[in-house]
Design a protein around this ligand. Structure first.
Ligand code: AHR
Length: 324
């Protein structure tokens, strides 16, 4: 399925200012037009991440960009080390998916001083100084949380009883965990019957999702809904729910985010009730943006990935054509 992508150009003048300040393009590359990109990936915590890594690696190859790839194993200190190493190696452009939102100003300033442009991909940073990076390519995580909340409100529209929700959050301090929580809370907060009775991080992994769901089930006998910030945690939680003798998708309704193959299979099988899509296929756009920023061309300050949602019926229809 072709991914529909939209480019959101924030106020034209702002975008132009951000794009044209900072580095003069190359950080000292070969000067022959060849581009070397240093890419610091979060880790390999989920099916989404695996698909994202493949998209970046394949797209670099297709675009003729030399990729220096570093896996941070979900640790910010590793990402900072990798970025410093890319600066030392004088790559032409640095791209990274920040594991958490805070704590990047110093290293981003070092890249800027070295005149190496930086592209944020997938996740945002909370730096006040937006000239520290050229652009941010990725999903609108708040909107993803809102979509999850809207489905829930619709699903329980005729119920007057309290709806007990447990939430499996993504990595603490990460943009998707913060924003998916906020977007969901914004929508369900309008009706007091929706109660989040437990909320804890599952670190975006299947193993942690299972472990935390087991604990939720032990201390909360009346769970109506699970909202998991990604498919992998939802899939781990399904194992915990089945282990507790309950039927996922029926006794406990489940909403997740991502729409990776395993998640979509569980949705088609009736074990998940609704999935909000988050596309990992960011590689082609990332390479286009990299070519532009290296040439010091203008790029939008924000590029938002356009995404969809899936019900169980829709999952059955599209499952065989999913790319990841
Ligand atoms: O940043 C995107 C999130 O990171 C995905 O939703 C999750 O699966 C991944 O680990």
């Amino acid at each position: 399925m072709l991914k529909r992508i939209s480019v959101l150009v924030l106020a034209g003048l702002t975008a132009m200012t951000v794009a044209s300040c900072g580095s003069g393009g190359s950080g000292g590359g070969s000067g022959d037009g060849a581009i070397t990109m240093g890419f610091s990936q979060v880790g390999a915590e989920s099916g989404w991440r695996t698909a994202n890594t493949k998209s970046v690696q394949d797209s670099a190859k297709n675009a003729g960009i030399t990729l220096k790839f570093s896996d941070a194993q979900q640790k910010q200190e590793n990402q900072i080390k990798a970025i410093r190493s890319f600066i030392q190696q004088k790559v032409d452009v640095i791209a990274f998916s920040p594991v958490v939102e805070s704590g990047w100003d110093t290293v981003l300033k070092e890249a800027k001083d070295a005149k190496i442009p930086v592209i944020l991909t997938d996740r945002a940073v909370d730096s006040k100084d937006t000239t520290l990076y050229k652009t941010f390519l990725g999903s609108d995580f708040v909107e993803e949380g809102r979509k999850a909340g809207k489905w829930l409100v619709e699903e329980f529209t005729s119920s007057t009883d309290p709806v007990n929700i447990v939430e499996l959050q993504g990595t603490t301090g990460s943009a998707p965990a913060n924003d998916r929580k906020a977007g969901f809370a914004e929508i369900i907060g309008a009706d007091p019957k929706f109660k989040i009775i437990a909320s804890q991080t599952g670190d975006f992994t299947r193993a942690k999702g299972k472990e935390v769901m087991e604990a939720f089930l032990k201390s909360n006998p009346d769970i109506d809904v699970l909202y998991a910030h990604n498919d992998d945690m939802g899939l781990g939680a399904i194992e915990a729910i089945e282990g507790a003798g309950k039927v996922p998708g029926k006794d406990i309704k489940i909403i997740t985010v991502d729409a990776v193959k395993d998640g979509m299979q569980a949705l088609a099988d009736g074990k998940i009730n609704y999935i909000v899509e988050c596309s990992p296929l960011l590689g082609p756009q990332l390479m286009d943006l990299a070519k532009k920023v290296v040439k010091n061309e203008q790029v939008p300050a924000r590029v938002v990935t356009e995404e969809s949602t899936f019900t169980q019926e829709q999952a059955k229809q599209v499952l065989s054509t999913r790319q990841y």
